[in-house]
Design a protein around this ligand. Structure first.
Ligand SMILES: [Zn+2]
Ligand SMILES: [Zn+2]
Length: 150
């Protein structure tokens, strides 16, 4: 599977994901992925939030399993992982609708807002062209403090 494919829509990784390197989309993994598919792109959830949602829907699953499952779904190209500065992580659906979107992240409460910037995308394109790299994505994560926390 070409790495590039991971960033273009769900259909390719979903189809490939079933047998990719022996990693299968087990019912539990599918359940986690379904949660993200249902809420749609642009929503950024922590592992704790994913866990709480699944427990609410009567799934018996530990937080540790959720962590492992989320990591795996990132590796398989279904989810995008955002690192917050205080050790927190958020996960979102990798969507072909807006592959190159950027994040404004509050380092205190984790509030995450998306924004678009052609300049960032353009800067990534220019830098990779200059150095002969094959561009996959250009994203910018901005760490900041939201109005409520400042
Ligand atoms: Zn996002
Ligand atoms: Zn905040």
């Amino acid at each position: 599977m070409e790495i590039e494919n991971q960033y273009h829509g769900l259909s390719t990784p979903l189809a490939n994901g079933l047998h990719q390197e022996g990693r299968r989309l087990t019912p539990q993994r599918k359940k986690v992925l379904d949660l993200f598919t249902t809420i749609g792109s642009g929503i950024h959830l922590s592992a704790e939030e994913v866990h709480a949602q699944l427990v609410q829907s009567k799934a018996r699953v530990s937080l540790a399993t959720i962590y492992r499952t989320l990591r795996l779904l990132v590796q398989m190209g279904f989810l995008n992982e955002l690192e917050l500065s205080e050790g927190g992580h958020r996960f979102e659906l990798l969507s072909h609708e807006n592959p190159d979107h950027h994040h404004l992240i509050c380092i205190r409460c984790g509030r995450t807002e998306e924004f678009e910037s052609n300049q960032v995308v353009q800067a990534g394109r220019l830098a990779s062209e200059k150095l002969g790299f094959k561009l996959i994505e250009s994203t910018l994560n901005v760490r900041a403090i939201c109005p409520e926390c400042s």
